[in-house]
Design a binder for this molecule. Structure first.
Ligand code: FAD
Ligand code: SF4
Length: 498
C-alpha cells in the first residue's frame, strides 16, 4: 500500500507521527518524513493518521480497509443487517467517523446522515488559521473519506426533536424519520455574550465556513486594520496569530489570566502570553468589556480598567455551547451536552443507558475511566474521529457488551511558529514537572500530575516544539504511581528546570 503527503498542505503539526509513529517521523529540523511503501500491518494506523490530519494532507492508497466490503457484521441489539436504519444526527466529523465505522463493521442496512449545514463534513481547525489567511479555500477543507459511504445525506436539514420511545427523530417541517439506531453528533455552537450588540456585522463568532467567510470579508472588504478578540482559549489565541500574520493590529481581551489558563494551567499559560506579546499582540489580561458601541465606522469598546479600544471588528472566541436544543423533552440527560455511559450510549434522566442511542464528538459528555468517573466533554478533532468510531461500535454491540471508551485525548496548536502538542487532560493537573528542555527556552515537555486516593496520577503531557519527545509520554497518561513505590527515573532537564 502507498502513502503520500501533499507538502503544500502539510503544516508539520505532527499528528500523523503520533497516530502512526512507524510511518511518519518529524526530524530534528522540523520536516516530515514518511515511509511511502507500507507493509499491510501498518495500514490501519496510516489510515487513522490520514483521518486525523486537520489539513487532509495524507493520502493512503491500496489494500482494502479491514471490514470493508464485509456485509454481515457483528449483530448487536440496536443495529444488525437486513432492512434496519441507522440515523446519524449531525453532519460533522464525529458523524462522518461513526458512519464510516458502521460500514467498516459491516452494517448493511440504511444509513441516513442528517445535518443542517449545506456542506459535506469539512475540517474546522483551518477556519481560524489557513482558511482565514486565504492559504486554503473551501474545497481544500473537505474530508476525503476513505471510500464512498453508501449513505443518504440530508444536507440543509434541521433536526427539531427526538422520541426515543417510538424511535424517531423530527425534522423541521414536522417529518418523522424512524430509526433502529441513532448516533447523536450535533457538536457545539460558538458561545455569544448577552451584552454584545445584536445584530452587528462587526461582531463575529467562528464555528462554520460561513462564519469564517464573513470574517474574511470583514477583513478584506472593509480594509480592516484593527481587530479585537475576546477570549484567551485556543481559538482566541490562534486567531491572534492569524490576524498578526495578516498584518492587523490585534488586541486580545481575556477575563482571566494568564492566556490558556483553563487548558494549560498558569505556568505554561504565561509562556504562551510571552510568545503572543513578543509577536506584537496587545494582551489585556483579567479585563472585561463593559460597553460595546458600534459607531458606524467601527467599534468602540470600553474596558473595566477605564481604557477604551477602537477596532474595525471583533471576534468572540469564548468556547462552545452543546447543540442539544433539539433534544429538549426527549428524556435524555442533556445538561452540558449529551450525558453518556462509559461506552458512549446516551443516558436518560433516570441514569439508564438507552440501548439504541450513542453519542460522539463535541456534544458528548462521558466518563473517561482512564482518569476517573466524572463525565466531561472534549472538543478536539482527533477526539471526534475516535469517539465517532467507538460510538458506532457500541451501537452495534449494545450497552451490555460495549467496551468503555478510554482514549488519551490529544490536541495541537501553533502559536506564532511554536508548535504545541498535548496528550491527556492538562486541565486536571495540580502540578507540573518540566521533564525535558526548559520553560525559559520555550522548548520543553511538561508533565501534569494530580493526587488521587490511590497515589499520584499522570494526567497529561504538553510539548512546545518537541513533538518526538512527547511520544514517550502518551502511554503513561492515566497511570497512577502508588505512594509506596519509589519515584520514577527523571528525564533529562530535571524537575522544574528553567
Ligand atoms: C475555529 C475552530 C478551530 C478549531 N481548531 C482546532 C484545533 O486546532 N485542534 C483541534 O483538535 N480541534 C479544533 N477545533 C475543534 C474541532 O473542529 C471539533 O472538535 C470537531 O469539529 C468536532 O466535530 P463534531 O462532529 O463533534 O462537531 P461539529 O463539527 O460541530 O459537527 C456537528 C454538526 O451537527 C450540525 N447540527 C447541530 N445541530 C443540528 C440540528 N439540530 N440539526 C441538524 N444538524 C445539526 C452542525 O451544524 C454541524 O454541522 C476547532 C474548531 C473550530 C470551530
Ligand atoms: S498531521 Fe500534520 S504533519 Fe502530518 S501530514 Fe497532516 S499537517 Fe502534516
Amino acid at each position: 500500500m502507498k502513502v503520500s503527503v501533499d507538502n503544500s498542505r502539510c503544516h508539520v503539526y505532527g499528528i500523523c507521527q503520533q497516530e502512526a509513529p512507524e510511518v511518519f517521523r518529524i526530524s530534528e529540523s522540523g520536516s516530515l518524513h514518511y515511509t511511502a511503501n507500507l507493509p499491510a500491518r501498518l495500514a490501519a494506523q496510516a489510515r487513522q493518521a490520514a483521518r486525523c490530519c486537520p489539513m487532509q494532507a495524507v493520502t493512503v492508497r491500496g489494500s482494502a480497509r479491514p471490514g470493508a466490503g464485509r456485509r454481515s457484521g457483528r449483530r448487536g441489539p440496536s443495529a444488525s443487517s437486513g432492512g434496519q436504519r441507522i440515523v446519524v444526527a449531525g453532519g460533522g466529523l464525529a458523524g462522518l467517523s461513526a458512519a464510516a465505522r458502521l460500514r467498516e463493521r459491516g452494517f448493511d442496512g440504511e444509513l441516513v446522515v442528517v445535518g443542517e449545514e449545506l456542506h459535506r463534513p469539512y475540517s474546522r481547525p483551518p477556519l481560524s488559521k489557513q482558511f482565514l489567511s486565504g492559504e486554503l479555500d473551501r474545497a481544500d477543507l473537505a474530508f476525503r473519506a476513505d471510500e464512498p459511504l453508501d449513505a443518504h445525506r440530508l444536507l440543509g436539514t434541521h433536526l427539531t426533536g427526538l422520541d426515543p420511545v417510538n424511535r424517531y427523530v423530527l425534522l423541521r417541517g414536522g417529518e418523522r424519520l424512524r430509526y433502529d439506531g441513532l448516533v447523536i453528533a450535533t457538536g457545539v455552537d460558538a458561545k455569544r455574550l448577552p451584552e454584545t450588540p445584536v445584530p452587528s456585522e462587526r461582531i463575529r463568532t467562528i464555528r462554520t465556513l460561513e462564519d469564517a467567510d464573513a470574517i474574511r470579508t470583514a477583513v478584506y472588504a472593509a480594509r480592516a486594520r484593527r481587530v479585537l478578540i475576546l477570549g484567551g482559549g485556543f481559538v482566541g489565541c490562534e486567531l491572534a496569530c492569524t490576524f498578526r500574520e495578516m498584518g492587523l493590529e490585534v488586541t486580545l481581551v481575556v477575563h482571566s489570566a494568564p492566556l490558556l489558563r483553563r487548558v494549560l494551567g498558569t505556568r505554561l499559560g504565561r509562556v504562551v502570553g510571552r510568545i503572543q506579546a513578543r509577536a506584537g499582540v496587545d494582551v489585556r489580561l483579567s479585563t472585561r468589556i463593559t460597553e460595546w458601541t458600534d459607531t458606524g465606522d467601527g467599534l468602540r469598546l470600553r474596558l473595566d480598567d477605564g481604557g477604551t479600544v477602537e477596532a474595525d471588528f471583533a471576534v468572540l472566541g469564548l468556547g462552545g455551547v452543546p447543540r442539544t436544543d433539539w433534544l429538549t423533552g426527549s428524556g435524555l440527560d442533556v445538561a452540558d451536552g449529551v450525558l453518556c455511559s462509559a461506552g458512549c450510549h446516551a443516558v436518560d434522566l433516570a441514569g439508564r443507558p438507552v440501548p439504541n442511542i450513542a453519542a460522539a464528538g463535541d456534544v458528548a459528555r462521558w466518563p473517561n475511566l482512564r482518569f476517573d468517573a466524572v463525565p466531561r466533554r472534549v472538543e478536539h478533532l482527533i477526539h471526534a474521529v475516535e469517539m465517532g468510531q467507538h460510538a458506532a461500535d457500541s451501537l452495534l454491540l449494545g450497552p451490555d457488551r460495549a467496551a468503555p471508551f478510554t482514549p488519551v485525548p490529544r490536541f495541537w496548536s501553533e502559536q506564532h511558529g511554536t508548535r504545541l502538542q498535548a496528550v491527556g487532560l492538562p486541565a486536571l493537573g495540580e502540578r507540573i514537572e518540566v521533564v525535558a528542555g526548559s520553560l525559559r527556552s520555550e522548548r520543553f515537555v511538561a508533565t501534569y500530575h494530580r493526587d488521587t486516593p490511590l497515589g499520584e496520577q499522570t494526567v497529561a503531557a504538553v510539548a512546545f516544539d518537541m513533538p518526538r519527545e512527547l511520544l514517550d509520554h502518551r502511554d503513561r497518561i492515566g497511570t497512577i504511581r502508588p505512594r509506596s513505590s519509589p519515584p520514577a527515573p527523571r528525564a533529562a532537564g530535571g524537575r522544574g528546570s528553567r
